[in-house]
Ligand binder design. Structure first.
Ligand SMILES: *Cc1c(COP(=O)(O)O)cnc(C)c1O
Length: 230
């Protein structure tokens, strides 16, 4: 262990402890691990993180080799149809970023071959931004209804990123909109749909997200430091 390793380790330990101490009961922390080494991911788990969020399959596999089942694994990146593979689905306990019916169908098809049911969150493009991943609010109800008919996938809630904004407060309307959609779909009581998780909020916005009803937050920089600093 060199000096640098200890510094990084202390940073991760301190930030995880601080975040966990400030979370209300029932809010789950996902450590967003993109761009981090497997060792950093392991340190986050040793510091108390229970869920790792991965954007990239290659990174997920590398970190998984080291960390294994010491944590749960959530996919939070953009799934292209072609990278929905069985050996990828094997790693993940949840896919938080299902943004199209096409990807939902592909996950369902592959999971059927594996005899597995994948819990998923539907990603909402809450600001209705062009070329951004996720389902538009106006299309959400129909999308969830169609996904609910798939046998090997189970909708467990919604996820949103929101636009890239300058201040936490500016995120509030998008989080509120997503919460409203979450409640509306919950009231439909669709078969095979359990609206349990509302995943929204990142390092700069998670406090506002929790105020607006998030019970799952995804934090990267706030745990691991800014990518350029470490
Ligand atoms: C990177 C990322 C996060 C975390 O962002 P930070 O600002 O580093 O906390 C959360 N969710 C997704 C989908 C991400 O890609």
């Amino acid at each position: 262990m060199d000096y640098n390793h200890d510094v990084v380790s202390d940073l991760i330990q301190g930030s995880v402890a601080r975040i966990l101490a400030g979370l209300p009961q029932g809010v789950e922390l996902v450590a967003a691990a993109k761009g981090r080494t497997p060792e950093e991911v392991l340190q986050a788990v040793q510091a108390g993180v229970k869920i790792i969020g991965e954007n990239y399959v290659k990174e997920a596999k590398e970190a998984y080799q080291l960390v294994g089942r010491k944590a749960e694994w959530h996919f939070i990146g953009t799934f292209q149809k072609h990278n929905v593979r069985r050996n990828v689905l094997d790693i993940f306990d949840m896919v938080e970023s299902v943004g199209s019916l096409e990807v939902a169908r592909e996950i369902d098809r592959k999971c059927a071959l594996m005899d597995k049911t994948m819990p998923v969150l539907i990603e909402v493009n809450s600001a209705g931004e062009p070329r951004k991943s996720g389902v538009l609010p106006k299309d959400l109800e129909q999308m969830v209804t169609e996904v609910s008919r798939l046998q090997n996938i189970k909708v467990m809630g919604l996820m949103t990123m929101g636009p890239v904004l300058a201040t936490a407060e500016e995120y509030r309307p998008y989080f509120r909109e997503t919460r409203t959609l979450f409640e509306r779909i919950r009231r439909l009581e669709l078969t095979n749909v359990e609206m349990r998780y509302l995943s929204m909020g990142m390092t700069d916005s998670y406090r506002v997200a929790i105020e607006e009803g998030a019970n799952m937050i995804r934090i990267g920089a706030g745990i691991f430091g800014s990518p350029c600093q470490v």
